[in-house]
Design a protein around this ligand. Structure first.
Ligand SMILES: [Zn+2]
Ligand SMILES: [Zn+2]
Length: 313
């Protein structure tokens, strides 16, 4: 490993709220490194290649993998395994199963830092945008400007929608969005519904991407959507969410939910190479592996305007 990042899922594991996480596992599922050794079945990468590591382990061969739904790979080792069920990458070395699918070569002109988020949060933003069917006529609402929300914003911008609105509660994150993406409109959750109604021509946003996962944000997502909108739910919730269908009858929303299908990493790397996507500003802090405790403390408590932390392995 050369660089690994700390993700909110690592914090969930630390607190014991990921039941399938194996006790004592080395965490870390978003990382870049150099191939040291390959198994005999590996053909796509070789020793010395600089690569990103995909958060998902998938066989590439089952019914779901062949359709691109790699999140639902039926192999017994498929799904989110690295840094959860098997040792992950906040370490000097990591073993990546199904390496032909799990590793993507980093283009020569792309740095490790530029590629660090490709395997998890950027893959998620890219996938969420892809399934949201965004057109240039659309007003797009993104709820949540954490790392995944901002990666989603970067990918939504590639579709050139008419208007992008980001809803976020944390003033530091609003400041970050305003500073780096001045064309994007920002709003806090309490004002969001009115704001979206005023900014849209047809009674709500054409596309809503819910990337926050707070208690009230699922409701906010479907309330801010216009009739016949697509609502893409990327967020992970602590509790079940309910839809008041009798009151929504006739609104005819389409919901898409996930689980990233992280199979577009080569395309994402090409976009970075072409200068169309840049996640480097999101990496606000860097620590050596020896100081990873400090990194966790800052990330978990959202100190010092942190967005993402890189760990030098
Ligand atoms: Zn993650
Ligand atoms: Zn599969």
């Amino acid at each position: 490993m050369t660089l690994a990042s700390v993700c909110s899922s690592d914090i969930h594991i630390k607190h014991g709220s990921v039941p399938r996480a194996v006790e004592g596992i080395t965490v870390g599922h978003e990382m870049v490194g150099i191939v040291e050794e390959t198994g005999s079945a590996v053909t796509h990468v070789k020793k010395g290649d600089r690569v990103t590591v995909n958060v998902e382990t998938f066989c590439g061969d089952c019914f779901f993998c062949k359709k691109g739904f790699v999140n639902n790979c039926t192999d017994k080792n498929g799904g989110w395994a690295l840094g959860c069920r098997i040792d992950g990458g906040q370490a000097e070395y990591v073993r990546v199963p199904f390496a032909d699918q799990g590793l993507n070569k980093i283009p020569d002109t792309v740095t490790d830092r530029q590629a660090l988020l490709v395997g998890d949060v950027l893959a998620t933003g890219f996938w969420a945008t892809r399934i949201s069917e965004i057109t240039e006529d659309d007003t797009v609402l993104i709820i949540g400007a954490g790392p995944t929300g901002i990666c989603t914003l970067l990918c939504v911008e590639l579709r050139n929608p008419k208007k992008i609105i980001v809803c976020e509660t944390d003033p530091n994150r609003i400041e970050f969005v305003n500073k780096h993406y001045p064309d994007v409109l920002t709003v806090t959750p309490d004002k969001c519904l009115d704001f979206v109604m005023n900014q849209s021509e047809h009674g709500g946003a054409d596309v809503v991407l819910e990337v926050a996962g707070a208690d009230s944000t699922f409701k906010l997502a479907y309330e801010c959507a216009r009739p016949n909108a697509i609502v893409t739910v990327v967020a992970l919730y602590d509790k079940p969410q309910t839809l008041p269908l009798p009151y929504m009858y006739g609104k005819n929303l389409t919901f898409k939910t996930g689980g990233v299908d992280g199979c577009d990493c080569d395309e994402v790397l090409s976009l970075i190479e072409a200068g169309k996507v840049n996640t480097e500003p999101l990496i606000t802090h860097t620590f050596p592996l020896n100081d990873i405790d400090k990194a966790y403390h800052i990330f978990e408590n959202k100190l010092d305007k942190v967005i993402k932390i890189a760990i030098e392995c």
